[in-house]
Design a protein around this ligand. Structure first.
Ligand code: CUA
Length: 351
């Protein structure tokens, strides 16, 4: 079989295809998108992004056109010229060349300076957005491989701990106070703001604010180990009334099992190793090393949103967590087959 080098035409076709595919993926969902801002910070970053894109695209096109012109210029038979240069450029040609090179240097410096200034201005605008009234604080802790979410309050009865899902009221500035319990993670919800590293034994802050209700996907943006890609969180922006209803419901202890099957499920949970890591408020389970499950059934995903929260997915996760997220710290517990369904029903009932 003969191999042929791909023709330039085939090459450009594959590049066009690739770009098309990339463009389609970027448009597929706006739940995690830098160019679909849902808040003032992301709006500033979006404007900067389009400015960079337009300017740099124009430069790219100009460079490509000049390159094409040079390559297609009429052949002047250089190979017939002697190796030693005998042709000395005239003073006029020399002066033209000097002018062209000087102009190009000045243009490069000016363009780089414009990029620098616009970047600094955006950074300043974004940081000024934090001086707002009536802010809310949410503490986010990165762990391998999930997010602990805590709403602090001077009144201990109003402190809420949950996981992998942040609810915020629309139109209210929210300070994310981030840290980590193990390695460096990075908090990134592109519809709302840029990235912010979560560093062990340090606190970093980032202000977010949602202009419109929506569910925005966040993703750990710093490689933090084997399951870095499966470290997803949702930010749910809702009206102040909806937020308050959610918050008040989450503050309540877990529901008491109302049927024999649910009671059996709770018994299974409380009599296995689950309690060493997980908390369910209202029960003796008070482990602190893993997500709080008090209102687990109300959350969108499991395993840090690796899978949608369904009884089927949860069953697969509990029976063999290493199958879904290899390397994660969830223990595999030996369950009697008749105990699994009641356990799943109980956990899903924790709305
Ligand atoms: Cu946490 Cu990557």
């Amino acid at each position: 079989m003969k191999w042929r080098l791909p023709s330039p035409l085939a090459n450009s076709a594959s590049i066009a295809l690739l770009l098309g595919a990339l463009l389609l993926t970027s448009c597929a969902g706006h739940q995690q998108s830098v160019v679909d801002p849902a808040g003032p910070q992301a709006g500033q970053i979006n404007t900067l992004w389009w400015f960079f894109f337009a300017l740099l695209s124009a430069i790219f096109v100009i460079v490509m056109v000049l390159t094409a012109l040079t390559l297609t210029r009429r052949h002047r038979g250089i190979e017939q010229e002697p190796l030693e240069q005998t042709h000395v450029p005239s003073a006029a040609t020399e002066a033209t060349l000097t002018r062209v090179v000087t102009a190009a240097t000045i243009a490069s410096v000016v363009i780089l300076f414009v990029l620098l200034v616009s970047s600094i201005v955006t950074g300043k605008n974004v940081s000024e957005l934090q001086d707002r009234k009536n802010p809310m604080v949410v503490e986010v802790t990165g762990l391998q491989w999930w997010w602990q979410i805590r709403y602090p309050n001077s009144d201990p009865r109003q402190v809420l701990v949950t996981a992998n899902e942040i609810h915020i009221p629309v139109g209210r500035p929210v300070m994310i106070r981030g840290t980590s319990h193990d390695v460096i993670h990075s908090f990134w919800v592109p519809n709302l703001h840029g990235k912010r590293d979560l560093i062990p034994s340090r606190i970093t802050t980032e202000w977010i604010e949602a202009d419109r209700p929506g569910v925005y996907r966040g993703q750990c943006a710093e490689f933090c180990g084997l399951q870095h890609a499966h470290m997803v969180l949702w930010v749910v922006a809702e009206t102040p009334a909806q937020f308050k209803a959610w918050f008040d419901a989450q503050l309540k202890p877990s529901i008491t099992p109302s049927t024999p099957v649910l009671e059996h499920g709770q018994e299974v949970f409380l009599s296995h190793a689950c309690v060493f890591c997980h908390s369910i408020r209202g029960t003796p389970a008070s482990g602190k090393n893993a997500p709080d499950l008090t209102h687990f059934g109300s959350r969108r995903g499991i395993a840090s949103n690796t899978l949608p929260n369904t009884a089927g997915n949860l069953g697969g996760w509990i029976v063999n967590p290493q199958n879904i997220k290899p390397g994660n710290h969830m223990a595999t517990i030996a369950l009697n087959p008749p105990d699994l369904q009641p356990l799943l029903q109980y956990l899903e009932s924790l709305k």
